[in-house]
Design a protein. Structure first.
Length: 525
């Protein structure tokens, strides 16, 4: 999905329109106690069930975007983003693993069949026996987790599917108080961070954690809550950095760049700087989220709080990220590095990523990621999260600014999981490269935003036909080729996602270009 800033991505959290269910303090305390008890079970599961391919286990996948729904509504086809975690159907390659996948609306069987045919060493028949697809039949703007909580019968159905002897856990896109409530009601742990720690991933706290780790951050101010504080911070930034051309205003809990706005200082009256910033605020502020008015942006900023920081400039500028994982046993891992590709009018919307990141800085940002992971572990964080950077050339090397922490799965999670599931390999942060099970290097180019108005009307079966006839399908023997996701968004919105794997960066790019060329030709572009 979209992400990042001229800086970086913004990130999720349950804001005012996605807050916890109303619960009395005593009930809330009891829920938290039960959740902590459930979470203790992950330690044993990670030791015994996770590494054992034949262990009987059930994974409940809740691909809910439990985020601010007003901002989220600006993302076209957002309900289909629940399909991004279909990469976790690859867990069915373990012959005694059962997967329950819950969505807001039903997923076309053609899409499920497509994923099951990617499974190495398992027939579609055998996998399908162990897959349960459950739908809320609700396309409203509420988060999926809220929809599930409103449906007691659906929760009972989930519980009835799980065999009593199975090790079980939930896999979620992000973990808020809603997901915690669901975990307690279902009686299973979540491989993710306790929502009480969610503020550690805010923009303000991210800057503080980076400084605690000794990392470079752009000049700026955090813990802001009013329009007056925004105006004052914009003034101070320019005063302290006279050459500054732009500043970024970020909500603490925006996501994918959609909670950002850019303030431009060009041709501003510097002799009456403070007055000019105040008077020209509306004219000079460009809100990233399409259709989100400035008044609404400021109102939501005041609800969430946020930061103002310098827009890091440069003729050459990259937006790498580091994906980390903290396991239930307390091990900190650098899982991957990516170079994020940003677009949109402001250049802040996440549209894709190259894996791994540029070797000129991938090892260095990996080391920085490990520093942050160790700091987050001290604070009790569990599961996957990502750190976004902004990198610019400096004195023959690169200057890497730490920008934000995304305490959740993100746009770089599912492409990497697909690669890992399909090639049984591992990223080696000390060398900055990925090796498959045979020790061969693999690269990919991934996008959540391959789109064209001409693609509107292409149904999932149409896409499969085009794929087969033009040999775009991923080749398991060569471990190269193209895989599709967000297929459900194609017909209505003319957009879909791709992961193009190659033995070299050039091969990965070639597969992407061929895919675009074929789709354009087939739709008469």
């Amino acid at each position: 999905m979209p992400a990042n800033t001229g800086h970086t991505k913004t990130k999720p959290r349950a804001a005012k329109k996605a807050i916890a269910p109303a619960v009395k303090n005593t009930a809330l305390d009891e829920e938290k106690r039960k959740f902590r008890e459930l979470q203790k079970g992950l330690y044993h599961q990670f030791h015994a069930a996770f590494p054992d391919r034949l262990a009987p286990k059930t994974v409940l996948i809740i691909p809910s975007f439990t985020l601010d729904q007003e901002i989220l509504s600006k993302v076209e086809g957002i309900v289909h983003y629940e399909e991004r975690l279909l990469c976790l159907l690859m867990l069915l390659r373990m012959p005694r693993t059962q997967v329950i996948y819950v969505t807001s609306v039903p997923i076309d069987p053609v899409i499920i069949d497509y994923y099951l045919h990617l499974l190495p060493g398992i027939t579609g028949y055998h996998a399908l026996k162990r897959l349960s697809l459950i739908s809320c039949y609700d396309s409203s703007s509420k988060s999926l987790t809220e929809k599930i909580l409103e449906r007691p019968r659906l929760m009972e159905k989930i519980k009835s599917i799980i065999p009593p002897h199975h090790a079980t856990h939930m896999a979620c896109f992000n973990v808020t108080t809603f997901e915690r409530t669901l975990a307690v009601k279902l009686g299973m742990p979540i491989f993710g961070c306790d929502p009480d720690l969610f503020d550690l991933g805010s923009k303000s706290n991210g800057r503080k954690i980076f400084r605690a780790c000794g990392l470079l951050v752009p000049p700026g101010f955090e813990d802001l809550h009013t329009k007056e504080q925004i105006l004052d911070s914009l003034y101070k930034l320019k005063k302290e950095n006279p050459e500054l051309r732009k500043a970024v205003v970020k909500m603490n809990d925006g996501f994918s760049g959609e909670g950002n706005a850019i303030f431009t200082y060009k041709n501003i009256n510097e002799r009456a700087l403070k007055q000019s910033i105040t008077e020209e605020f509306e004219k000079r502020m460009n809100v990233v989220a399409a259709g989100l008015k400035l008044d609404t942006f400021v109102e939501k900023f005041q609800e969430m709080g946020g930061i103002v920081e310098a827009f890091v400039d440069g003729d050459i500028k990259e937006s790498p990220s580091v994906q980390c994982r903290i396991t239930p046993t307390g091990t900190c891992e650098v899982v991957s590095t990516h170079d994020q590709l940003l677009g949109g009018e402001s250049g802040q919307v996440f549209i894709g990523a190259k894996f791994p990141a540029n070797p000129e800085y991938s090892i260095e940002i990996g080391k920085m990621g490990m520093l942050v992971a160790k700091e987050m572990k001290k604070r009790g964080v569990l599961g996957r999260f990502a750190i976004d950077f902004l990198s610019v050339p400096s004195n023959g090397g690169w200057k890497n600014y730490a920008i934000e922490i995304n305490l959740r799965k993100g746009g770089t999670t599912h492409p990497f999981l697909m690669l890992q599931f399909l090639t049984d390999g591992k990223y080696h942060p000390a060398e900055g490269c990925y090796l498959n099970a045979s020790g061969q290097k693999r690269y990919y180019f991934a996008s959540d935003n391959l789109r064209n108005p001409k693609y509107v009307g292409l149904t999932p079966p149409d896409l499969i036909d085009i794929m087969m006839l033009n040999e775009l399908h991923y080749d398991g023997s060569a471990q190269e080729g193209t895989m599709f996701h967000l297929i459900g968004a194609l017909s209505q919105f003319g957009k879909l996602g791709v992961v193009c794997i190659g033995s070299t960066p050039e091969r990965a790019q070639f597969f992407y270009e061929e895919t675009v060329k074929v789709l354009d030709r087939e739709t008469g572009c």
